[in-house]
Ligand binder design. Structure first.
Ligand SMILES: NC(=O)c1ccc[n+]([C@@H]2O[C@H](COP(=O)([O-])OP(=O)(O)OC[C@H]3O[C@@H](n4cnc5c(N)ncnc54)[C@H](O)[C@@H]3O)[C@@H](O)[C@H]2O)c1
Length: 326
């Protein structure tokens, strides 16, 4: 089990032991706010592991798409014999969709917020959650970079506010980076740790500094790849191939940026830039331009690569195709 040495939290053995199981009797209803790239995956795992899941989004069509994605991803598990057809049906029946936050959270034990990466939006959501949730509800955020302490400070329950940072794609990726805000209570960290282990994940507890650990290291790598492309050092394919074959990364940094969403990458770089006050974190102009123009990667259909529904072929966007790299 992974635990930071400084963490005040005593992390016990992993797995679904009795202690965890009895503790989880307290967590029955999990509300997930936002049903985009991450929200659908978070709903998927909680529903698969037996929780009642309330999915909430401002857009019903986003939730319809999320349910279809969950069903398709569960079909893959069924095909691999890691989930039965019956378990799939049961899991899907545990998910209810809401566009009204009050109804979505009225009986929530844990809320995981996975809405758009925007500080003002998250502050508003957490103020609303604080007002609408029962007193015992733990308010977790899946933010990639925004300060947990800051989000918590806008609530009357900062001790119950914590970062629960799942990785994309959630049903596949094993890590959950748990971020303690300055005011987060130890029991809350312990519960979220055990909850993550119960979902079959490996939790790592870290402190609340910009980008935490994962994105403090990953995003400057992606931004540097975009800077190299912007400067004409190499093309999209060359940059990704060098990192894949030379460094054994499973995916090149530009493809990964498309997968994460260029708007999300931009927001995280902005948080690092402002948080550390260091010019080395300034987002690449090419990244800013692509976000402004709506080229957000997989979710918009084009970023560094162009995505055709139903096709798995990796095709470089024609905007980068005809450049001569010297
Ligand atoms: N994309 C990734 O790879 C990744 C990985 C880890 C963490 N995250 C974090 O997860 C969060 C969500 O990212 P995403 O990539 O899923 O974003 P996304 O753009 O795919 O989805 C965001 C969803 O939030 C909804 N939303 C916006 N305002 C809302 C509100 N007020 N109430 C309810 N729903 C609202 C939108 O309609 C949309 O469906 C962000 O904080 C992001 O930083 C993303």
């Amino acid at each position: 089990m992974v635990q930071t040495q400084e963490s005040p939290v005593k992390i016990t053995s992993s797995g679904q032991n009795e202690k965890i199981h009895s503790m989880l009797q307290k967590v029955k209803v999990v509300t997930v706010i936002g049903s985009g790239t991450m929200g659908n995956g978070i709903c998927h795992v909680f529903a698969q592991f037996g929780f009642q899941v309330h999915m909430m989004d401002i857009k019903q069509e986003a939730m319809d798409k999320a349910i279809a994605t969950i069903s398709k991803n569960m079909d893959r598990q069924v095909a691999k014999n890691t989930l039965s057809e019956e378990a799939k049906k049961e899991a899907l029946s545990r998910i209810t969709t809401y566009t009204d936050m009050a109804s979505a959270v009225k009986d929530a034990d844990v809320v995981v917020e996975a809405a758009t990466e925007n500080i003002d939006l998250k502050i508003k959501i957490f103020q609303d959650l604080d007002r609408l949730c029962p007193a015992h509800t733990i308010l977790a955020t899946n933010t990639s970079s925004i300060s947990i302490t800051r989000i918590g400070s806008y609530t009357k329950r900062p001790g119950k506010v914590i970062g629960m940072h799942f990785m994309n794609p959630v049903p596949v990726m094993r890590l959950v980076e748990i971020i303690n805000g300055y005011a987060t209570d130890n029991e809350v960290t312990q519960l979220v740790h055990d909850l993550s282990a119960y979902l079959g994940k490996v939790p790592c507890v870290v402190g609340d500094y910009p980008g935490f650990i994962s994105n403090r290291i990953l995003m400057p790598l992606i931004n540097e790849a975009i800077l190299a492309l912007q400067e004409g050092v190499a093309g999209v394919e060359e940059i990704d191939t060098i990192m894949k074959l030379g460094m054994a990364h499973p995916m090149g940094p530009l493809q990964l940026a498309d997968f994460i969403g260029l708007d999300t990458c931009y927001s995280i770089m902005h948080v690092l830039h402002m948080g550390f006050g260091n010019q080395k974190y300034a987002p690449a102009t090419l990244l800013a331009n692509m976000v402004q123009a709506g080229y957000l990667g997989v979710k918009s259909g084009e970023g560094f690569y162009k995505y055709t529904p139903g096709s798995k072929e990796l095709v470089v966007s024609e905007r980068f195709e005809n450049k001569k790299w010297k």
